[in-house]
Design a binder for this molecule. Structure first.
Ligand code: NAD
Ligand code: ISE
Length: 340
């Protein structure tokens, strides 16, 4: 039996997820699509899939058992609330929503429903290199993690569509989530420093140097560069009490020619995280088939939203912006170990 899925938002990542749901993964079928751009939805619809007039029609259709949201961040709240009201498991691309209040509304609805329905698209947690790195930290052989360095470089971002807030409320959310997950910790404060502006992005505020203060006292420094030109470069290194654990360089064919000896760098997130996206959907399909969700939760999406809000506040004030997450609903499990 295949899980019948409806995809909302058929832009860049929506099309890539439709490709993996139809051509790569098994046990799933894209039975419907919807987009405010009906022409784009029709062009992206796989053979046999219904093109729904609105996301609400798709969510409520008896043909659709589970939903994948790939629309713009500001549209996520309403679509998530509709999925929860319909009792349908939903995979929602990051950011979960675009304000802390919206995240709390989604959490309240899911808690009232009584069982997890939402998985957030923090795909790094499904990447084999990050999983091996976490296993080393959790194994404890290097002692406690003290500092983490997260480097997040994009070759370029869409001109005009990607604004100066987005390095913090669209891109940093991945580093915030992976830091919490890797270190088993919570973010309690954020500082941001603005280095010399890159001329690559015109007026765009880029790059950013972000410092996350963790509840354990560990510190995370994050470089966000979104117009670095040479490629999509993601790095991570954890400094512990008696050693260092780092992500490896991605294996790539070594080319030797008149320009020297070199290895290709991924162009963008689609290439760098291709296996991680596949794996996050494998695990989602299993959970959704059982009427629930696994992996990054609404609570995790809320945490990343608070970090984004605090980072924007820190840019404006030049000061440390503090975060108070409030109590964690029992639905989302115990407080993180090292966050106590
Ligand atoms: P995009 O602009 O290429 O596509 C977004 C699509 O959503 C468009 O086709 C647009 O018409 C549609 N849309 C907007 N509002 C809608 C609404 N109310 N109802 C239905 N459709 C609507 O953007 P994208 O790059 O595909 O990003 C989509 C989402 O995925 C964003 O939240 C983004 O942050 C996230 N994303 C995640 C990753 C990742 O690595 N996990 C990578 C890229 C994008
Ligand atoms: C994009 O939306 C993503 O989520 C990518 O993973 C990230 O690297 C990029 O900066 C975002 O704009």
């Amino acid at each position: 039996m295949s899980l019948k899925v409806g995809v909302i938002g058929t832009g860049m990542i929506g099309q890539d997820h439709i490709r993996r749901l139809t051509k790569v993964l098994s046990g799933v079928e894209v039975a419907g699509v919807a987009d405010i751009d009906a022409t784009r939805a029709a062009a992206a619809a796989p053979a046999g899939a219904e093109v729904f007039a609105t996301p609400q029609d798709l969510i409520r259709s008896p043909k659709i058992e589970a939903v994948v949201i790939c629309s713009w961040g500001p549209a996520h709240e309403e679509q998530l609330l509709d999925c929860i009201a319909a009792g349908k498991p939903v995979f929602c691309e990051k950011p979960l929503v675009t304000s802390a209040e919206a995240a709390r509304r989604v959490m309240e609805a899911e808690v009232a429903h009584g069982k997890r329905l939402v998985q957030v698209g923090f795909m790094r947690r499904f990447d084999a290199d990050y999983r091996r790195l976490k296993a080393v930290i959790d194994g404890g052989t290097l002692g406690l993690p003290l500092m983490y360095k997260s480097v997040h470089r994009n070759a370029s971002v869409p001109v005009g569509l990607y604004t100066s807030e987005m390095p913090l409320n669209d891109t940093l959310v991945h580093d915030a989530d992976i830091s919490r997950w890797l270190l088993g910790d919570e973010v309690t404060g954020v500082e941001v420093r603005l280095p010399r502006r890159s001329r690559q992005g015109g007026e765009l505020r880029d790059p950013h140097m972000v410092l996350l203060h963790m509840a354990s006292g560990a510190l995370v420094d994050v470089e966000i560069s979104v117009n670095i030109a040479y490629g999509y470069d993601i790095r991570g290194e954890v400094s512990c009490e008696t050693g260092i654990a780092a992500l490896p360089n991605r294996p790539a064919t070594v080319i030797t020619d008149a320009h020297g000896i070199r290895q290709a760098i991924p162009e963008d997130w689609r290439e760098r995280f291709i296996e991680a996206y596949d794996q996050e959907f494998r695990e989602w399909i299993v959970a959704a088939g059982q009427g629930t969700a696994t992996g990054p939760s609404t609570w995790d999406g809320y945490a990343a939203t608070l970090v984004a809000d605090a980072a924007l506040e820190a840019v404006a004030s030049g000061q440390l912006a503090r975060i108070d997450m409030g109590d964690k609903p029992a639905l989302y499990g115990q407080a993180l170990d090292r966050a106590a």
